[in-house]
Design a binder for this molecule. Structure first.
Ligand code: CO
Length: 506
């Protein structure tokens, strides 16, 4: 049997609607999701923490607690960027330890820990903290393709993660270009040579993910990640229902009830309708280009907006050609947050300046100096010499250079929130200015509910006949006749769906 981890509450909406799903759209489905029999529900971490505070005016810890109160059987899972936690820089060990302990205390059962460079030293503290907090430690191998990534290198990493306390492994195809043959041979090698359960995470970007999942299951994978169909496909995971259907009756049958899944899919169809203005149809399309350039969807949209800002959109093909060269110069890092941005921005700079590395970004400079960890392969000697300029690179574990920060962060946040708890101090420590802005807004009563009500009021005013600046029908975000009609139809499906109508559909 192969089990399923459901990602609709994290990676599914992160991949398709920029992580914007609100807690109040999750809660009505929580008990139903719990009843399905998933191996786990991925609900936290990744970009959700940042987006909650920055855009949704929600407390991410409160979301976790609210889900935990309703989801009592199914383990909750989070994605943790190793030493980067849920942020974009290395945090000192004391913050990593406290953050993990707090997250476990508030409800996270399984911690998927990864590092963009596959440097195990960047996962070590987090894995140890997960174990000592009583969580399940899932060590992650970021899949990529390069001359310095033979199959044996991934198996070696798997062994190291096992020695560091990982209780299971995740093979993570964040770019969505792992072919079924690699999925099969990697899972087989990891299962036989490391001996831990292997979970496979894919994205549907190039259209191969469901095939990769089948091959992984045949090779002995314990579980695969999938998203309920409204939030599946394209930049997201393969659809849960399709995988369950494909496995049904065979040796890997996950034994989940398709009827239950269909009902949940109807519910999330209604949720998706609410966020439809956020959905870029390109993110739902199959993109075979990823087979050539390995550029993940999120990175591609960042590149597009950077080039658009500079009025240089026409140079995208040059940038796409430059990305693999920069990646090679940097020793072939897998492209995932933050290396995707480091490589992408330097490629843009190289193309726009015209001379390669005439300008070196701060991030590339830090990378070359070893501040992100050890690159998978050797760095380009000329770039290395230029950046280091005779100073030695760091070869130890980057976090060893960082002094403890928690007490300082606690003191700082207490200047804004005198009664700040550990939880609030951790939110502040990870994103100081974002958290400060969030608190200021919250203290003035600008909560998610207030902002939603205000937005609804504005939309209603715009819809009023003869209202000043009234938009033509169909242009009001979220109010297209299609969305209204589809939502009404879908939300009438069953009693449960009927009950949640209004709460979830609006
Ligand atoms: Co993912």
């Amino acid at each position: 049997m192969v089990a399923i981890t459901e990602t609709v509450l994290r990676d599914g909406h992160q991949s398709l609607i920029a992580t914007r799903m609100r807690t109040r759209h999750m809660l009505p489905a929580a008990e139903r999701l719990d009843a399905v029999g998933y191996r786990s529900l991925e609900v936290w971490g990744g970009a959700t923490f940042d987006v909650c505070l920055r855009f949704l005016h929600e407390d991410p810890w409160e979301r976790l607690r609210a889900l935990k109160r309703r989801i009592r059987k199914t383990p909750l899972q989070m994605l943790l960027r190793g030493q980067n936690l849920v942020g974009y820089r290395h945090y000192p060990d004391d913050l990593v330890e406290r953050f993990v302990r707090r997250a476990a205390h508030e409800g996270v059962d399984i911690f998927r820990v990864f590092d963009a460079l596959n440097d195990p030293r960047n996962m070590e503290t987090a894995l140890r903290a997960v174990r000592s907090a009583g969580g399940r430690a899932q060590g992650t191998i970021c899949y990529t393709q390069s001359p310095v990534h033979p199959l044996e290198s991934f198996v070696r990493l798997g062994r190291t993660l096992a020695q560091m306390g990982a209780e299971e492994l995740c093979l993570k195809d964040m770019g969505g270009f792992m072919p079924p043959s690699d999925a099969g041979s990697l899972v087989r090698a990891l299962v036989h040579e490391v001996g831990l359960p292997v979970v496979v995470h894919t994205h549907s970007s190039s259209g191969m993910s469901a095939m990769a999942c089948m091959a992984a299951a045949d090779a002995g994978a314990t579980a695969v990640d999938a998203a309920l169909s409204p939030f599946a496909g394209g930049a997201s995971q393969p659809p849960t229902e399709s995988l369950v259907g494909a496995f049904r009756g065979g040796p890997h049958d996950p034994r989940l009830d398709v009827g239950q899944l269909a009902e949940l899919a109807e519910y999330f169809q209604g949720v998706l309708a609410h966020y439809r203005p956020m959905l870029d149809l390109r993110s739902l399309q199959t993109d075979p280009g990823v087979l050539l350039h390995q550029v993940p969807g999120g990175m591609l949209s960042n590149l597009l907006s950077q080039l658009k800002e500079q009025d240089q959109l026409a140079r995208l093909p040059e940038v796409l050609a430059e990305i693999p060269r920069v990646r090679a110069d940097l020793g072939y890092p897998p492209l995932v947050t933050p290396t995707s941005q480091i490589v992408g921005i330097q490629a843009v700079v190289n193309v726009l300046v015209g001379t390669r590395y005439q300008q070196v970004t701060r991030e590339v400079s830090d990378y070359v100096r070893g501040l992100y960890g050890t690159a998978p392969g050797p760095l380009d000697p000329a770039l290395r010499a230029k950046v280091l300029a005779g100073t030695p690179a760091i070869t130890g574990r980057p976090a060893d250079l960082l002094a403890p920060e928690y007490e300082r962060m606690l003191a700082e946040v207490r200047m804004i929130v005198p009664s700040a708890s550990e939880e609030e101090a951790l939110s502040y420590a990870v994103f100081p200015s974002v958290y400060a802005a969030y608190r200021r807004a919250a203290d003035q009563g600008l909560t998610a509910d207030v902002l939603d009500a205000a937005a609804a009021g504005v939309l209603a005013a715009l819809r009023r006949p003869g209202a000043p600046g009234r938009m033509p029908p169909g242009t009001v975000p979220g109010a297209s006749p299609w969305a209204r009609e589809g939502r009404n139809r879908l939300m009438n499906g069953g009693r449960w769906l009927h009950e949640t109508r209004g709460r979830a559909g609006r």
